[in-house]
Design a protein around this ligand. Structure first.
Ligand code: SF4
Length: 487
């Protein structure tokens, strides 16, 4: 039996897709292309209308290529509009984020549908069919309770992904006016500290060197948990992300941890001080703080919880703690309803003033059910203006990225080798990623998952660092000896 998982969307969504893949591999299925797989899992995103369109186009293409494949659609689009997806040709099941924990077992049953002797599934599709909505042939599992939404039982391992994502937080309690996530992923929930530590220890024991913590609102990790495990009853402090990171550094031998996107106001003094203590060593000097807009008025209309000056202060504190080699990233949106030329210029000014290493740029896209949907109906920014603003942002982002990367030419920096695409391997080069999140073409051939020290010699035409080894490559540590027993 075989499967294919197609990923769309953010890092947290990717973690969900990887968890489904790992569960299916552990169940004995093999990975194939969409044209050859028995079951095709489409892990959708719904952040924009374009994301929805891309998912539908992939589903249609997969069905055309492989009409016998059973298609399971999951992710944010599956949660937002399950009925819409259930009518697409080839779709056998739609599993919303609310029921994501069931996605691997439903996929397993779909893969073995005509093979009655296949291994016993964890959840019976027949028992779940009762939940399916009338009028659709496809199984639909989605509700607004999100009781089965965490894929916490799936272990992150260094495999197809050298630096896997471990999603430790799900959902969001904020109500940004443009965002559909509170509808598609529910309120904020945290993976328990024990489960996170168990995952990290097992990852290290399997030879893993870099793990990425991800979440929908990662900085909120722990807010829904009762107390710090083992704390005296009278104090009962609530666990926080900085507390968890410190636990990981104390209790495991994980060589490198990377934190994905964290909202500006969640970079508190404690988290910033961890960057001071461990940055460049066990904590990657990489901070992604969603910005969205540099205009106070637009941030207010977006219902964001910070103002431009808060953002600037947080970045200054981070740079003091991590130093100027920190790679700073942000999400920026162009064309939010009512955004004036002046407001957009404020965004450009703020971006010009800060040393961003990269920007993720998005045109505003109205999402049904959000407050900005109504705003868009009355104050839309014309598409041509949005495109002009996107072009200005793209140009600025390219300048910022080049300036940041040039700083490293002639210098030595730590990195991890990744799986090298065949085209680059044929040139006797290896793909790597620096500790501070810069892509590298390294001269020489090395397997993935080696921690190396490299010397940057220049930039490739597409902006990656060109590098040579600056020190002999340490022999890989036998995985079993890396295991630190949980105390
Ligand atoms: S913080 Fe705002 S933009 Fe981010 S997931 Fe929550 S509601 Fe959406």
């Amino acid at each position: 039996m075989s499967f294919h998982v197609e990923h769309f969307g953010c890092r947290a969504a990717r973690a969900d897709g990887e968890a489904v893949s790992n569960a299916l591999l552990a169940a004995g299925l093999s990975e194939r292309s969409p044209a050859a797989a028995d079951v095709v899992v489409v892990n959708t995103c719904s952040v924009t209308a374009e994301a929805d369109r891309a998912a539908r186009a992939f589903i249609r293409r997969a069905h055309r290529l492989n009409p016998a494949a059973r298609i399971l659609v999951t992710g944010c689009y599956a949660q937002r509009a399950p009925g819409e997806l259930a009518t697409l040709p080839g779709v056998a099941a739609v599993v919303g984020n609310s029921h994501k924990a069931f996605a691997p077992s439903v996929a397993l049953q779909l893969a073995s549908a005509d093979r009655p002797s296949a291994s016993v599934p964890i959840v019976s599709v027949q028992s779940l069919l009762a939940s399916s909505q009338p009028g659709h042939h496809a199984l639909i599992l989605a509700d607004d309770k999100f009781a089965h939404s965490f894929l916490e039982e799936t272990q992150a391992v260094p495999g197809a992904q050298t630096r896997p994502n471990l999603k430790i937080q799900e959902g969001c309690d904020n109500r940004c006016s443009f965002c559909v996530i509170p509808q598609t992923r529910g309120s904020s929930r945290s993976l328990s500290a024990e489960a996170v530590l168990r995952q990290v220890s097992t990852f290290v024991a399997a030879g893993g060197n870099e793990l990425v913590f991800s979440g929908i609102n990662l900085g909120r990790w722990g807010r829904d948990l009762a107390s710090v495990p083992g704390a005296p009853l009278e104090s009962m402090p609530r666990p926080t992300l900085p507390w968890l990171v410190r636990q990981i550094f104390n209790e495991t031998s994980l060589p490198r941890l990377r934190l994905s996107s964290i909202e500006p106001m969640d970079w508190d003094a404690e988290l910033i001080s961890l960057m001071d203590e461990f940055g460049g060593d066990r904590l990657a000097r990489h901070a992604h703080l969603p910005l969205q807009s540099g205009s106070d008025a637009v941030l207010r209309r977006m219902h964001r919880r910070y103002r431009p000056w808060h953002y600037t202060e947080k970045v200054a504190a981070l740079l003091r703690a991590a130093g100027p080699d920190l790679t700073l990233g942000a999400d920026v949106m162009a064309g939010f309803p009512g955004e004036t030329d002046r407001e957009f210029e404020e965004t450009l000014e703020l971006i010009r003033s800060l040393p961003f290493g990269y920007l993720h740029l998005f045109p505003f896209s109205p999402r049904p059910g959000t407050r900005a949907w109504a705003l868009h109906a009355t104050q839309p920014v014309p598409p041509a203006v949005v495109e002009e603003r996107m072009a200005a942002l793209r140009m600025l982002a390219a300048e910022k990225s080049a300036t940041h990367r040039k700083r490293f030419i002639g210098r030595d920096i730590d990195a991890i080798t990744l799986h090298t695409p065949p085209a680059l391997a044929s040139l006797a080069c290896t793909t790597a990623l620096t500790e501070n999140f810069l892509p590298v073409d390294l001269a020489g051939q090395l397997p993935a998952n080696r921690l190396i020290r490299l010397r940057v010699t220049g930039l490739t035409p597409d902006g990656a660092l060109q590098a040579v080894l600056a020190a002999p490559v340490p022999a890989p540590v036998p995985a079993a000896s890396q295991l630190l027993a949980m105390r």
